[in-house]
Every structure is written in structure tokens, then in C-alpha cells.
Write a new protein. Structure first.
Length: 365
């Protein structure tokens, strides 16, 4: 086997260019892996004391893979504070590699060992990773099986609303949603913004809308600039709904697009305009745009399934999932994910939180 090594992004003078090139050509790298998305997650998690420990995998001195790694502080329950290897509260992107590498399993095993070593060294009590390529790969289940059998991970895969974008996609939208669009669309100007059209004013509009929608500011202002950079760099686009009679921006949706596959990234709607079903207008326009651009698939996010000991969705979760299903028309995909606990205290805190959730579910004291 040729010599394997690693290189921290902080030690590579051309890290940005090399990372961007690898993210573009690695078949298992999607929008999750891009440099702009890594920067956004790192900045958004600064309030959680995030450290960016991402690195390249080298084969005979040449970069052949990228391993995103952020370690951030997290709170679990009412009393536990620990550090998590995660992307702003979500799973890390799975290590991604060039196609056709010799002895691929050995290279990926090396990457996982390095990922765990660095996470442990930064005090992480858990690692979570998500294997979500832009288009399905035959290697997804074998790679998950190896992460479990060789590296001691647990399977935490989940079901996500996702559908093929094709000419009949609009006709497959829930009939009630199509009525809402027909009724309320004339009141609004819907526009698509990316590249140079993403102005500081547009960024500021989304910042204020997001605070209004969420009921408060829960991440730093700078993170909104880095989020807007996704669209500035043509890795996403904003859909903006502006009321025609007074020019008020009522809602905005950010859709990530990479390698002909789209993901519902972030949305904000002014609560004063909820009765006009602005979210529906934004989603409808997004799908029309994806059709025009020849995008093949659109993933909307996790589906709320019946309760299990590991996951008990809230009524809100089910409501959001029902909304997404109205657009995906029942189509779903399995997203491969895995997690590993590195610390007993972290594991105990997670299990205690799950126990508390089950007590509430069963109305136990």
C-alpha cells in the first residue's frame, strides 16, 4: 500500500482551492462538503466554541480525500455540557474521496481512525457522520457496514423526503397546495437571487426575517453573511416573496444546489403573512426553478416516523413532515448516517434525555 498521510487545512497554503476542487470531483461529496458550507457551519457555531479541525487525506503526498471536522460545545438535558464532533448540531459530512482509488477500504479506514483521533484529542464525546452523495452510490451500505463492524459506530440512518424533479412534479403537488398557490400567488412578486444579485440588503432582509420567524436571534449576525455566500458562490439560490402593493418582503427560502441535486436549506417567513401561505409560494417557485435548471432531485429533509426509543417526534415534527410530503408526493430516500460515543458521560446524558422523552410520551412520573 502506498504511503498515507494527512494535512490540516490550516497548514495548507492552497487549502481553499484544493478543497473546492476535491469537493467538485469526489462523487460522494455534495453541498455538505463545500468550502462555503464548512465556513458557514464553523461561523454559525462560534457561540458554541467551535474548532475547525478539518483535514485532507494524502496518498503519496497528493490530496485524495477531504474530512470535514468541527468540534463544538453542546448542551444535553438540563445539566450536561460536552463537546460534539458535529456540523452546527448536525452530523458531519462523511469523508469524501476521489473515484478509483486503489485499496479504497484501507484509505477510508485510515480517514476514520484519524477523524476519531482528532475528535478525541479535542475532547469530543461523540462523532456523527452522514453519507449523502448527490446521486445514489452502490457503495453506501457497504461503507456503513464497515463503519459499524470495523470502527464501532451505530447505524443512525434516517428517512428523508426527497423526489425526482421532472415535468409532472407540479401536478404531483398536493391539490390543496396548488389551490393556495393559485389564490395567493397574484399578491406577490416571486424572484430568484444568486451570484451578484445577493446584495448586502438581501442578506439583511433574510437576517431580520429569520429572527421574526424564529422568535429571536439564536446565531451570530456574521453567520448570515456566510450563509448568503452560498448563494453568492452559486452553490444555492434564494427565492424571495415580495408583496406587490407595498414592496414588503414576506418570505425567503434558501435552496442549496450542487451536482444537479438540490436540498431545502433554510426558510424564513414573516408571521404576519402566514395566512397567505407564503411558504407554499416559495416552494412552488423553487421547484419551477429547479425544473428550468435541469436539477434531478430535491431533498426536503427528515421524515417524522412513528416513535421509537431513540426518536419520539413532536407534533410540530409531524406537522413539518406532513407539509414536506405534500410536495414530495410520498417519495423518500434513506440517508446513511452513523454515530459513535467516545465518552461515558456524553453517552449517559444522551440516554437520560431519551429516557426523559419516553417518560413524557408514556405520561410517567
Amino acid at each position: 500500500m502506498s504511503r498515507l498521510g494527512t494535512l490540516d487545512i490550516s497548514a495548507a497554503p492552497d487549502a481553499v482551492e484544493v478543497w473546492k476542487n476535491l469537493a467538485e470531483v469526489c462523487p460522494d461529496a455534495w453541498f455538505w462538503h463545500t468550502w462555503a458550507n464548512m465556513e458557514f457551519n464553523s461561523v454559525a457555531a462560534q457561540g458554541n466554541e467551535a474548532k475547525n479541525l478539518s483535514f485532507f487525506v494524502l496518498l503519496d503526498g497528493q490530496p485524495v480525500g477531504l474530512v470535514p471536522l468541527l468540534v463544538e460545545r453542546t448542551e444535553i438535558g438540563h445539566s450536561f455540557s460536552g463537546r460534539d464532533a458535529a456540523y452546527y448540531g448536525g452530523p458531519l459530512p462523511w469523508p469524501a474521496f476521489l473515484a478509483g482509488l486503489p485499496d479504497f477500504e484501507t484509505i477510508e479506514d485510515y480517514a476514520f481512525r484519524e477523524l476519531e483521533r482528532r475528535a478525541r484529542g479535542s475532547g469530543a464525546g461523540r462523532i456523527r457522520v452522514r453519507l449523502a452523495p448527490p446521486q445514489p452510490l452502490d457503495s453506501e451500505q457497504p461503507r456503513l457496514a464497515r463503519a459499524i463492524s470495523v470502527h464501532g459506530y451505530l447505524d443512525s440512518s434516517y428517512t428523508s423526503h426527497s423526489f425526482r424533479v421532472q415535468p409532472d412534479s407540479m401536478a404531483n403537488v398536493r391539490e390543496r397546495y396548488r389551490r393556495y398557490v393559485k389564490k395567493f400567488m397574484p399578491r406577490y412578486e416571486l424572484s430568484i437571487k444568486d451570484g451578484e444579485a445577493v446584495t448586502p440588503g438581501l442578506e439583511e432582509s433574510y437576517f431580520h426575517l429569520h429572527i421574526k420567524d424564529a422568535g429571536g436571534q439564536f446565531r451570530n449576525r456574521e453567520s448570515y453573511r456566510f450563509q448568503a455566500n452560498l448563494a453568492r458562490e452559486h452553490e444555492a439560490f434564494y427565492v424571495t416573496a415580495t408583496r406587490r402593493n407595498d414592496g414588503i418582503v414576506a418570505g425567503m427560502l434558501l435552496v442549496s444546489v450542487s451536482k444537479n441535486a438540490a436540498y431545502d436549506n433554510s426558510v424564513a417567513v414573516d408571521p404576519n403573512f402566514q395566512d397567505d401561505y407564503v411558504s407554499h409560494l416559495l416552494k412552488w417557485t423553487a421547484i419551477e426553478t429547479l425544473l428550468t435548471r435541469g436539477v434531478k432531485t430535491y431533498e426536503l429533509g427528515q421524515k417524522a416516523l412513528p416513535p421509537t426509543p431513540a426518536s419520539i417526534p413532536s407534533p410540530k415534527n409531524y406537522g413539518i413532515s406532513h407539509f414536506k410530503d405534500g410536495w414530495s408526493n410520498g417519495e423518500v430516500k434513506t440517508v446513511v448516517a452513523a454515530e459513535k460515543f467516545l465518552d461515558t458521560g456524553f453517552l449517559n446524558a444522551v440516554m437520560a434525555a431519551r429516557t426523559d422523552a419516553m417518560k413524557t410520551y408514556f405520561s410517567l412520573k
